[in-house]
Design a protein around this ligand. Structure first.
Ligand SMILES: Cc1cc2nc3c(=O)[nH]c(=O)nc-3n(C[C@H](O)[C@H](O)[C@H](O)COP(=O)(O)OP(=O)(O)OC[C@H]3O[C@@H](n4cnc5c(N)ncnc54)[C@H](O)[C@@H]3O)c2cc1C
Length: 318
């Protein structure tokens, strides 16, 4: 039995969600082989995965360069047909949403997104994901059929013991190539941590009144070394980019600490953050639904509470 993790590059290494999945796979492997797969241009950093998996497979080919849904699907489909793993893991995000369904359709595999936990139950691997907008959780037992699953970042800690020996392999593939030519890739210019992987997120809603007040979220996020998120109402009003929207039609995140500031707590929003470990809600309305999700609640005007909170945290953190 083997567990494959499809890794996603970031900077000179791989996203923390990829490293967490490798860690959980090592924790559960019990005799199984943990395989890290890196593709195309992203294979150049493969050496940093020493100890993270029993095997690191670098998939290369003339037409497998920067990420491309067509070429990477074809390359991965061929690899998985050859290798026949039981379970293939992805970090939840835009890439997984693009790649995973294509692969599942091509391979006739079972496919799950938005998963939160992966455990061993006897000989079976069982994954957990929310259902009915987070009102229930379903446990899915992976059978003999190939199963592809994407997990929310921050679902596992990345500290499982490393493997003693990692074998590095290069697999040459020949694919038809992409129907899309990548002309230029411009990373978003931001010094803040990525919203999806951030441990601390300060999210704001319509209660901030005017777009200029989003600065108050940024100030607190900077004091905490975290990321900024917003509700859809804020995006629809044109105050912020959809890239930082949290919720059903935005990002699904699972930080250690989530501030919901001037956010009412509609189910479409909470679906994107209900697995945050600690939630702090700031709202003028004591009956706002967000307080049902909150570990700490502050009933008050965000425009006064935020600057005071930022100043207090800055005093402590320095
Ligand atoms: C198919 C679909 C998908 C959707 N996807 C998403 C999604 O991905 N993400 C998302 O967020 N929404 C989504 N929505 C919209 C969602 O249903 C809500 O309309 C939206 O989340 C409301 O945003 P809000 O909480 O910022 O605004 P509001 O609901 O208007 O809430 C504002 C809150 O601010 C409080 N407030 C007002 N003044 C202050 C103040 N001075 N200080 C503190 N608090 C104050 C108010 O009491 C209120 O609770 C979706 C809707 C649909 C139909």
């Amino acid at each position: 039995m083997s567990i494959f993790v499809i890794c996603e590059a970031q900077g000179n290494g791989y996203r923390s969600s990829s490293l967490e999945l490798l860690s959980q796979a090592r924790r559960l492997s019990a005799g199984a082989s943990v395989v890290a797969v890196v593709l195309g241009d992203e294979a150049t950093s493969a050496s940093v995965l020493q100890g993270a998996a029993h095997r690191v497979m670098a998939v290369e080919g003339a037409k497998v360069g920067p990420y491309s849904a067509d070429a990477w699907t074809e390359a991965l489909a061929g690899l998985l047909l050859n290798e026949t793993p039981r379970l293939v893991l992805f970090g939840e995000g835009t890439r997984a949403r693009d790649l995973l369904p294509r692969l599942a359709a091509r391979l006739g595999a079972a496919a799950f997104t938005n998963a939160l936990a992966l455990e061993l139950d006897g000989p079976s691997l069982v994954l957990t994901r929310p259902a009915y907008g987070g009102k229930a959780y379903v446990a899915i037992r992976c059978g003999d059929r190939l199963c592809l699953a994407a997990f929310r970042p921050n679902s596992f800690d990345a500290g499982a013991a490393p493997v003693a020996e990692t074998a590095f392999e290069t697999v040459q593939v020949s694919v038809a190539g992409s129907r899309v030519d990548l002309v230029e890739q411009r990373p978003r210019e931001s010094t803040r941590v990525d919203l999806v992987e951030a441990q601390r997120v300060v999210a704001g809603g319509r209660g901030l009144k005017v777009p200029e007040n989003l600065r108050l979220l940024e100030d607190l996020a900077d004091a905490l070394g975290g990321a900024v998120g917003v509700s859809r109402a804020v995006v629809d009003a044109g105050w912020a980019d959809h890239a930082i929207q949290v919720g059903k039609s935005g990002k699904t995140i699972s930080p250690s600490l989530y501030f919901a500031v001037g956010v009412s707590g509609a189910v479409h929003h909470t679906m994107g953050m209900d697995t945050a470990k600690v939630v702090v809600a700031i709202n003028t309305d004591p009956k706002a639904p967000i307080f049902q999700y909150a570990d700490y609640g502050i009933v008050g005007d965000a425009l006064q509470v935020l600057p005071a909170l930022t100043a207090a945290i800055t005093r402590v953190v320095g």
